[in-house]
Structure formats: C-alpha cells, structure tokens
Write a protein that binds this ligand. Sequence first.
Ligand code: ZN
Length: 270
Amino acid sequence: MLKQVAEGVLVHESEFCQSNAVVVRGRAGVLLVDPGVLDHEMACLANDLRELDQPVVAGFSTHPHWDHLLWHARFGAAPRYGTARCAATVRARLSDAGAKARVAGLIPPDIVEQVPLDLLGRITGLPAETARIPWDGPEVRIVEHRAHAPGHAALLIEERGVLVAGDMLSDVLIPMLDVNGTADPIEDYLAALRLIEGVTGDVDVLVPGHGSVGRGDQARARIDQDRAYVHALRDAGVPADPRVGPSATFGKDWLPGVHERQLQQLHSRH
Ligand SMILES: [Zn+2]
C-alpha cells in the first residue's frame, strides 16, 4: 500500500526488513527509488501506480546492494539511474555468468524464491558530479558519499522537505560500514554524516532505506545516533544503541552479530 509522506512523495514498505520504496510524482509520471524486494510487493506497487494512472518515467538505486537494485517488468522500461560509482560497482560485481547465483546466496533462504532477479542491477550511471536526477518533476538532488557502499547517494527533494537516506539513518538497523571497500571506513562514514547533516536543515520527512519514516527533528536525532554508534565502533566502546542485538521491530535476532563482526574487522585491520 502506498502512503503519502509529503506532497507528491509516497512510500511503499516491504515486509522484508522494512524496506522502503519511494515514489515521487512528476509531470508525466513517477520517479521510483529503490523499488522493493518481493515480487508480489512490486506487482502491488505497479497496480497502485496504474490505478493512479502514473507510469514510471525514471528509476534510481541509492547504492549497489541487491535489495536496492531490483525491478519488476511491470514498471516498464524507464531508465534506471545510479551514481557513476554505483553503476561501475554493479558492473564489476554482476557482469559474470555466476553473478545471479551469488546474489541468490546473499538473500535469506525463506524469501529467495520470491525475489525476482531477472532485471537486477540494470543501472545507468549518471556522469560523476551529476547534481540532480534528470527527470521531469520536482528537483531531486544527489548527495553522494562513501558510507555503507561505493557510490551511495542520499536524495534531497528540497521543495517537499524530504530526504531519502538510503541505508543510513535507520531506526532499526545500525550503521553498516563498507569495511573492506575503502581505506578508512570510519572516517568515510563520519564524513557522510557531516555531509548529510549539512543539507538536512529544512528536511521535515526522512525516509530511510529500512525502518520507519522520521518526521521533524528525527533526521537530526538519527544523525546523532548513527554518529554515536560509529564513534563507539571506532573506539571499541560499547554502544548504548537500542539497534544492537535482538530487534524490537523484527522480534528476533536481526542480522545477528553485525556489530561484533564490524568491530572485529575494523580492529584487526592494522
Ligand atoms: Zn545496503
């Protein structure tokens, strides 16, 4: 079900990991950001858009992780964008014959049959330094950084007061660092938080890749919470973070051991 979170901005939430697909209405159709995960959910979103008489005119993937690179045939053949670095990463990781089997191995076994991989990752990279998504609708600013994944972009829809955060600023998942992808994952993450902090002044609605939509001062609160976590990780301290450990939201040991694994990887690097 589509829920409006701001004028002309709607969210479709997946039962997988509370993933949020974001729909932005434009003049001739919609921009679809991180379309979803399960086949029947994307089909449901396609139905909703058909009922609204809104074709998909552009897509965008916030970063090159499988759950943000999916697509459904019923969304049609609109161009699907990402940053140049995101697209290059997808090419490097997914162009060989064994790629889809490898990706299937990353998907939880209980849902893998429901995740359509045919159209996975067909991303067109926007030229480096592209400031805005090229499409006929409200201006969508690309805020590229190196936290979490190569070529990750947050999207700022300034005139609607909306920040689409990708896999940061979640209320259910701790920051997950790109531990092996950069020379200094801690500093890259902190730099990204500063960058995002610099553009969130007028943001009223925060849509994370996974978790609940935040309103008002939530954007600031979640920046502070992510930063405190990353500081604790850097200093090998114990994070006082409700997102570590069994998840209140998912009712089980969600992504077990992510914190311990990051801690171990980061502190055995040198
Ligand atoms: Zn991710």
